[in-house]
Ligand binder design. Structure first.
Ligand SMILES: [Zn+2]
Length: 179
């Protein structure tokens, strides 16, 4: 019991650390993206390409967290389940970024036609880095807050009912929808 609790606390602590890294990655990607528009290849003289690799550092724990968050939820609600713990503005910002990155990717191909250079390539790629870093940030924040707020629900026969379910999986008693 204590070991399980400790493991959970450590997971939350790690998710906290990685969410901070994801936020830093997002800010750095945003700087690289804006610099790309200004025709600058190396913002503040720093090579932005390690950000491409850095995605994997935060994406791996984000995938683990999203698997835990969406456990038991139907496949179509996976994103909703993964983001259920994060604040509303984070969800809106993420959907906004998806739309923007799509346009930015499209613009990259159109504009690349008339003279591709390093800065425009950085701009094209960093549009995607923005999404990956921000999605990892939102999922990890969601995980941290859900770990603190998800309550263990039980039916009247004391069977455990997972957050995804409204009915007890063992006896079928209705316990209400949590999400
Ligand atoms: Zn039951």
């Amino acid at each position: 019991m204590l070991v399980a609790l400790e493991r959970k606390l450590n997971m939350v602590g790690l998710a906290n650390v990685f969410s901070l890294l994801a936020l830093l990655g997002f800010i750095a990607s945003l700087a690289a993206h804006i610099a790309g528009y200004a025709g600058i290849e190396r913002p503040f003289g720093i090579n932005p390409w390690p950000l491409h690799v850095g995605i994997f550092v935060v994406w791996f724990p984000a995938v683990l967290a999203s698997m835990k968050l969406s456990k038991g939820f139907p496949q179509k609600d996976m994103w909703k389940a993964a983001l259920r713990g994060c604040q509303k503005w984070m969800r809106h910002a993420l959907y906004g970024l998806f739309g923007y990155a799509f346009l930015s990717f499209f613009a990259f191909f159109v504009l690349a036609g008339d003279g591709e250079n390093e800065a425009s390539t950085v701009r094209g790629f960093s549009g995607h880095w923005l999404i990956f870093y921000f999605a990892a940030f939102a999922i990890l924040r969601s995980y941290v807050s859900v770990s603190r707020s998800d309550t263990i629900r039980r039916c009247k026969y004391l069977h455990v009912v997972e957050p995804a379910h409204a009915h007890c999986p063992e006896c079928g008693e209705y316990v209400g929808r949590q999400y």
